[in-house]
Design a protein around this ligand. Sequence first.
Ligand SMILES: *Cc1c(COP(=O)(O)O)cnc(C)c1O
Length: 448
Amino acid sequence: MPDDSRHSAPRRYGIETRTVHAGTTPDPTTGARNMPIYQTTAYVFDDVDHAASLFNLQTFGYIYSRLTNPTVAALEERIANLEGGRGAVAAASGHSAQLLAFFTLMEPGDEFIASRNLYGGSVTQFTHSFRKFGWKAIFVDPREPENFRKALTPKCKAIFVEGLANPGGIVLDLEPIAAIARKAAIPLIVDNTMATPYLCRPFDWGADLVVHSTTKFLSGHGTSMGGCVVESGRFDWGKGGKFPGMTQPDPAYHGLNFAETFGDFAYTMKTRAVGLRDLGPAMAPMNAFFTLTGMETLHLRMERHVANAQRVAEFLENHPAVAWVSYAGLKSSPFYKLARKYLPKGAGSVFTFGVKGGYEAGVKAVEGVELFSHVANIGDTRSLIIHPASTTHRQLTEEQQVKAGAGPDVVRLSIGIETVDDLIADLDQALRAAMPARPAKKKSRQPA
Ligand SMILES: *Cc1c(COP(=O)(O)O)cnc(C)c1O
């Protein structure tokens, strides 16, 4: 595994230096030290030949901000750098990044295997909206890597997982899953939103593509929607013959062969030149600026996020109103060992716990907090709380809720970077007020 602190010539900067500097240099025209917001839709061509070579992808440069924009490009380069990838394409949101990621890989009738432990919105996107493109998602229990191999079909074009799964507490064994994907000659796509490249770099464990909702920890302040697809540059598109869109002449690009022409960043080029061009979910330059600014403190924020989350989880584990806590940083977690391996700097800051007293106590706890904000978001500097059964998952049956890790007693936290004792005091008073008059006899079930 590459070590950020290892010094060699030429010097490879540490991840802290790269979160501050990667992708940005002083503006060549004005000397502006911070990355300007290039709030423009179009760019002047030198002449007709220059325009033609840009349109033919023979020259790199700016044409139109649906495809490329200097502020967005700086963010793409920074994220690719932190992930250890070859290239990246930013998008308007995490969900549009996922759409772009699959659009480059899939043909109508194709399938992919997805972990069933995903952000709820991703399950809905894969199950319902992707079907309209003729793409089928096959969901498996990700805790046993063999389940991915067993679910493989000849039409499978990818495996999609969250390494650290939302709502948290579940850590996947990425290495054997990557080996299964490699053997099947299909890419492993890891949604690294919850861990961020500060806590985990999926490419180090064999992943081929990484997607992000930059809306969360990367931008970090709950100000800007955004997403990103990152390419490792190591996937062999020709092996197995499964990706004609990459290896055969592209009719939408006058016969251009992306894999031959662009080599180890062919996926990035195709995702931008076809996916982003034709579907159109470009990131706004303003949002790229906010995300770049937020990312400069990614390492400092993540350190505090995970330290606070660890303390809060330990506090909750010993609280009389709490039935169980699902945080991979706790020794009691079945994912503790995997977290030590894949997330040595901390198991993230989003996790769930169960309140004694079920649905009613869960609602009361969420309504009783003062410092925590009751919102559907995660990954803000502020601490956030939600009771999924009464909000995000309320349309499901109780059985479906329990399967999704959103049973009636489940409360989800996204721990911020405030004074940890203030967070603990706030949860303590809310939980005590929510406790049923008599202690509940039945122990609540921990979600699978
Ligand atoms: C929020 C989230 C998404 C979706 O991202 P948006 O920016 O909201 O579109 C995808 N995956 C994970 C893990 C998320 O937390």
